[in-house]
Each structure stands twice: as structure tokens, then as C-alpha cells.
Design a protein around this ligand. Structure first.
Ligand code: G1P
Length: 292
């Protein structure tokens, strides 16, 4: 069985929900406290054993490439001023090996993943969506949990969690049958962003996938679906009819950065967890709440 060595991170979208911030700045560069959201995603991939990352980039996304590039002038300045910790941080970000390809037309998530075909060279691979940041403390990163299931089953695995009923229309929803592992379902069917009435369950795919390369042929023949976009969910549904696909209820707190309230929650909670900021921020919040 092949190891999961490669990951793709789609990052070509316009980020319209965060305008005007995303007019000239990629939404993936918006920070949670002081780190761009895409760096949290890249760090999760590396912590899960991924060796090569492909970012699907697009128009006005150059800041992402600059972020993971070396910055000689900045490094010299930090060195001169003896800011060694910052220097190390800047150098470490540049040491991460990332590849880029541009999606020329915004034709949907499925089309973005199809752009990764040549890079994956017939290997099973991981997908991490930038809108979903997962915090799991000292536990295993979300992607690592999925890779562990892949290593046991050799099958595609979708990272899922149960969402409230009024949220099913925001996600790919899975219909599954139980397996011996209570965190795991075998996928029978999937539907992209169903209405509450049409949703087969409340089990939502939340931005982490391990997928076998058979998906590429399917994607190449997938017609536009929901929102007139080529949907990864539609291709996965076909894959699940041809080979086993599992939904895994991963451990961890997942933040929906595609949503402004979700972004604010992530900002507050990540700040509270910080050694340097947590305590004073907590005191500030308590006072603020007391005066509401
Ligand atoms: C995408 C997928 C959807 C998935 C979601 C997770 O939707 O199409 O199936 O549940 O990500 O965040 P998007 O939020 O990009 O519209």
C-alpha cells in the first residue's frame, strides 16, 4: 500500500465573504492572531507526516507564495537587531517546501483538485481546505487521524463531524452505515449542501480528506452540480459506489473560517491559548463581559 506523502490545499477562491479585506489580500493570508490561516493548515499537514504540499493558487494570490519564500532583507534586518526568535520563525516558514499551480477558471472545488492530478502521479493524497482550522491540543492532528484510518483500510477517508440541523445546507453531507469502529461509517451516499429536508444525516465533511487517485478520472467526467460548480462531493459519491470510502468523526475543535463569526471565535480562542497573550486577554474579556 502506498503511503500518504502529498497534500493539496486549494486556495484559488475569491474570498467574497470577507470583502473588502480580500480585495487585494488573499483570504488565506488573513491572520488568526498573528499567523496567516494557511500556515495553520500547512503546519497541520507537516505534523501529519506530509512531505510535499501543492497549493492551488489563482489570480491575486501572490502573497501566499511570498509568505512561504525566503525574505533576505527582512532576515538581515532581524539579524542586525538581534531579534533571533523572529529570525528563526521567518526562516522556518521559508524552509517549508511548497509547490504551486494556478487554477485558471473558478470552476469549483472538484476542478481545483483535478489541477493536482499531474503532481499526485497516481498516489493517494490528502486534501486540506483552508476554511477549516482544527485545534486538537496535544492530540493527533485531524489529518493524521484520517491517515491512520487510510493505513488500516487502504480506502479514501473523509474527515467529518456532526453539525446542527440548521447548518447541513453549508456542507457536503454523508449517508453511511456503521462499522466496527464507532467513529467510522462506510459511505453509502453523499450530497452537497442539501436542504434540511433532503439531508440524509447531520454528518458533515469538514475540510479534510484522504483520497485514492481513482478520483481523478471521475472528476474529469463530473459535470457541474450545486451552484453550477464541479463538486468534489459529487465525484466522491461516484467513488463510494466503486470502492470503499469511509467517513471518520475526527477529534478536535474545528473552526469555520468561511464564516465571520467562526473567524472571530477562532481569533478569541487561539489568543486565549497563547502563553504570551492568554492571561491578559482573559482579564480584558472578563471586564468587557462584566460591563456589557
Ligand atoms: C466545501 C465542500 C463541502 C464541505 C466544505 C467544508 O464547501 O464543497 O462539501 O463540506 O467545503 O468546509 P465550501 O465551504 O468551500 O463551499
Amino acid at each position: 500500500m502506498q503511503r500518504i506523502r502529498k497534500a493539496v490545499i486549494p486556495a484559488a477562491g475569491f474570498g467574497t465573504r470577507f470583502l473588502p479585506a480580500t480585495k487585494a489580500t488573499p483570504k488565506e493570508m488573513l491572520p488568526i492572531v498573528d499567523k496567516p490561516t494557511i500556515q495553520y493548515i500547512v503546519e497541520e499537514a507537516l505534523a501529519s507526516g506530509i512531505e510535499e504540499i501543492l497549493i492551488i493558487s489563482g489570480h491575486a494570490k501572490r502573497a501566499i507564495e511570498d509568505h512561504f519564500d525566503s525574505a533576505p532583507a527582512l532576515e538581515m534586518e532581524l539579524e542586525k537587531k538581534g531579534k533571533n526568535e523572529l529570525l528563526k520563525m521567518v526562516q522556518e516558514t521559508a524552509a517549508i517546501k511548497i509547490h504551486y499551480i494556478r487554477q485558471q477558471q473558478m470552476r469549483g472545488l472538484g476542478d481545483a483538485i483535478l489541477c493536482a492530478r499531474a503532481f499526485m502521479q497516481d498516489e493517494p493524497f490528502a486534501v486540506l481546505l483552508g476554511d477549516d482550522v482544527v485545534y486538537n491540543g496535544d492530540g493527533k492532528p485531524a489529518l493524521q487521524q484520517l491517515i491512520d484510518v487510510y493505513n488500516e483500510t487502504g480506502s479514501s477517508v473523509l474527515g467529518c463531524q456532526t453539525v446542527p440541523e440548521d447548518k447541513v445546507s453549508s456542507y457536503g453531507i454523508v449517508k453511511g452505515e456503521p462499522t466496527d469502529n464507532k467513529r467510522m461509517l462506510r459511505v453509502l451516499d453523499m450530497v452537497e449542501k442539501p436542504s434540511v429536508e433532503d439531508a440524509p444525516s447531520r454528518m458533515a465533511v469538514l475540510g479534510r480528506y484522504v483520497i485514492t487517485p481513482a478520483i481523478f478520472d471521475i472528476l474529469a467526467h463530473t459535470l457541474p452540480g450545486k451552484g453550477n460548480e464541479i463538486q468534489l462531493t459529487d465525484a466522491l459519491q461516484v467513488l463510494a459506489k466503486r470502492q470503499s470510502v469511509y467517513a471518520y468523526d475526527f477529534e478536535g475543535i474545528r473552526y469555520d473560517l468561511g464564516d465571520k463569526l467562526g473567524f472571530l471565535k477562532a481569533t478569541v480562542e487561539f489568543a486565549l491559548r497563547r502563553e504570551d497573550l492568554g492571561r491578559p486577554f482573559q482579564i480584558y474579556l472578563k471586564r468587557l463581559v462584566a460591563n456589557l
